[in-house]
Design a protein around this ligand. Sequence first.
Ligand SMILES: NC(=O)c1ccc[n+]([C@@H]2O[C@H](COP(=O)([O-])OP(=O)(O)OC[C@H]3O[C@@H](n4cnc5c(N)ncnc54)[C@H](OP(=O)(O)O)[C@@H]3O)[C@@H](O)[C@H]2O)c1
Length: 246
Amino acid sequence: MPRILILGGTGEARALAAALTDMPGIDLVSSLAGRVANPILPPGEVRSGGFGGADGLTRWIREQAIDAIVDATHPFAAQITTNAVLAADRCGTPLVVLRRPEWQAPVNAQWNLVSDTAAAAELLPSVGTRAFLTIGRQGVDAFAGMATMWFLVRAIDPPEGKMPPRAELTLARGPFTVAGETSLMRQRRIDVLVTKNSGGEQTAAKLEAAERLDIPVVVIERPPLPAGVSTVDDVSGAAAWVAAIT
Ligand SMILES: NC(=O)c1ccc[n+]([C@@H]2O[C@H](COP(=O)([O-])OP(=O)(O)OC[C@H]3O[C@@H](n4cnc5c(N)ncnc54)[C@H](OP(=O)(O)O)[C@@H]3O)[C@@H](O)[C@H]2O)c1
């Protein structure tokens, strides 16, 4: 029975695990980084915690006799994807990256594209004064030195590292609604939204809310994928890839 590794931590990874669990003749294991306090677990076998870099992952793939890998991690989890591509190459194990499509700027949106959180922090004071920071718990410390701006920081778990001095923290997990996001931004008098271009339905409502409120958005662009890697853009594409190679 082919043993399939799903690198997870996303809704798509859980949906794929559910789809493959229903597929006969597949031995499945999902892997989580193990950093979130109360992760939503996928169905089936789950292991948790880092592998110890590309070398550790290479050893683990060999020990576990993994036959194929679906990297269904978040588009901004660049390190694990780099490690997985390298380890799969060393082991001769087929790998595909499941990468949801990027969000596209609505016609009337005011999007400011930046390459990373440091560039977002540099640009921010020229765009607004009260920011809705929705980049998750990682990278918030890039904004920690900004004493003149006010932040509403939203994440599932409390951010790692320092918070900006003038900030309110709200802990919440999507999905969010346009009505809810619009009301939150109005209440907090938000005049700029900061987001990664994560893509997906769960957290897209803030973009429509910002457009309705005529609020500019600072959009952090995705890190590039390793060269030459195979990709699919949804769960059914990943399930079909697994079915085709097993
Ligand atoms: N970055 C985001 O914005 C974001 C958002 C939502 C969910 N997530 C999920 O959260 C996890 C961590 O994200 P990150 O941005 O910190 O990742 P990252 O920077 O790419 O990875 C850092 C290290 O965490 C470990 N790791 C990451 N994903 C793993 C997995 N699925 N299974 C086992 N180990 C994993 C690996 O440790 P070793 O080197 O020791 O193997 C990796 O080198 C990912 O699984 C991702 O899908 C991330």
